[in-house]
Design a protein around this ligand. Structure first.
Ligand code: SF4
Ligand code: SF4
Length: 335
């Protein structure tokens, strides 16, 4: 179903949802940095900036409590965090590269172990994607088979129109329900001309060829050459919409504390450090190799898709200028 919503009506919709108690998460400015965060009102939403970190935090927070414990003499009390308390959420203004990563995360969080913290938030969230009208030199969604108007992962998708407002297309029952519940704010689409969309300056990379090369080159000089600069800061994983590693830690004292689920990253030396003291990825190039292998081979082996949506965040943030797009492109040209 294609509809039209004016900017004014979109603001009315978001303010109404917030007033009703729905958590509305969108790109907004936080101390000078654009981030996906809960809005206090629609006026805070940014539509023209790529948030520094991805939208995955709406389902998979940087740090979250999953249980607490207390010990009083011989009495130990364990208290689970109940995911049922998570609020209904509308995630709006989501970039196509971020929205496309959400089904990628679904696959891993509902695989052999069902992660109820992720899945409950996911079930309660409606995703409103927004076509990109801006791209920078780091964007390469088109190189990995996406585009600035890709609707993967969106329940409802907005495309900015010339003269203001948005064309809206629904892609799931959640999207239909949102429109039906606020039908007075949406009209039949009369305008057709969209604003010029972003044009990332990259050709599509042959990902099948990349995977084939990775299948055969676990050991290769390329790893040392590219990854020797990596300082293992983990920033690339933390900004990535598709990276999903986490650690479970108990924080507190013998008497009381909390069990937390914290983001982790394969770039950290401790990530594979065994209790025995052995570390199979003892050098940084081995850790960086894992990053590329996981994204373009291992994830594909297991789930039939690539663990990178070309958002370019890791390229922008890497303190030593490691460019994953250039590395993968280089691999795609190898025999
Ligand atoms: S690997 Fe880099 S470019 Fe690819 S999705 Fe993650 S942050 Fe974005
Ligand atoms: S951001 Fe750069 S230096 Fe930091 S872990 Fe990633 S590749 Fe290595």
């Amino acid at each position: 179903m294609q509809k039209y919503i004016s900017q004014q009506n979109l603001n009315i919709l978001l303010d109404k949802l917030i007033a009703e108690g729905t958590r509305v998460v969108a790109p907004r400015m936080d101390a000078g940095t654009p981030l996906y965060e809960p809005l206090k009102n629609s006026g805070e939403m940014l539509t023209d900036q790529l948030p520094r970190r991805s939208a995955k935090e709406a389902f998979f927070p940087v740090c979250e409590e999953i249980m607490s414990y207390e010990k009083e003499r011989q009495q130990i009390t364990l208290t689970d965090v109940d995911p049922a308390r998570f609020p209904e959420t509308v995630l709006v203004g989501v970039r196509p590269c971020d929205a496309a990563a959400i089904p990628v995360l679904d696959a891993v969080f509902s695989w052999d172990y069902k992660d109820e913290f992720f899945l409950e938030r996911r079930k309660k969230t409606t995703i409103i994607g927004l076509a990109c009208t801006i791209a920078d030199d780091a964007c390469f969604c088109t190189a990995v088979g996406l585009s600035p108007s890709d609707t993967r992962g969106s329940d409802l998708f907005l495309t900015p129109l010339e003269g203001g407002g948005y064309a809206c297309e629904t892609y799931s029952d959640k999207g239909e329900t949102l429109i039906n519940n606020h039908s007075g704010l949406f009209t039949r689409q009369s305008k057709t001309k969209t604003l010029p969309l972003a044009e990332p300056q990259t050709e599509q990379i042959d990902l099948k060829k990349v995977k084939k090369w990775l299948d055969e080159h676990f050991e290769d000089p390329l790893w040392d050459g590219n990854a020797v600069r990596c300082v293992g800061c983990g920033a690339c994983a933390f900004v990535c919409p598709a990276c999903h590693c986490f650690d479970i830690v108990d924080e507190g004292t013998e008497k009381a504390g909390k069990r937390r689920k914290n983001w982790d990253a394969c770039g950290f030396w401790k990530f594979t450090h065994h209790a025995s003291g052995h570390n199979p990825r003892d050098l940084q190039p081995k850790r960086y190799r894992n990053r590329i292998m996981h994204k373009f081979k291992y994830y594909d082996d297991k789930f039939g898709q690539t663990l990178c949506t070309g958002c370019g965040r890791c390229v922008r943030i890497c303190p030593v200028g490691i460019d994953i797009a250039a590395i993968v492109e280089d691999i795609s040209r190898k025999d």
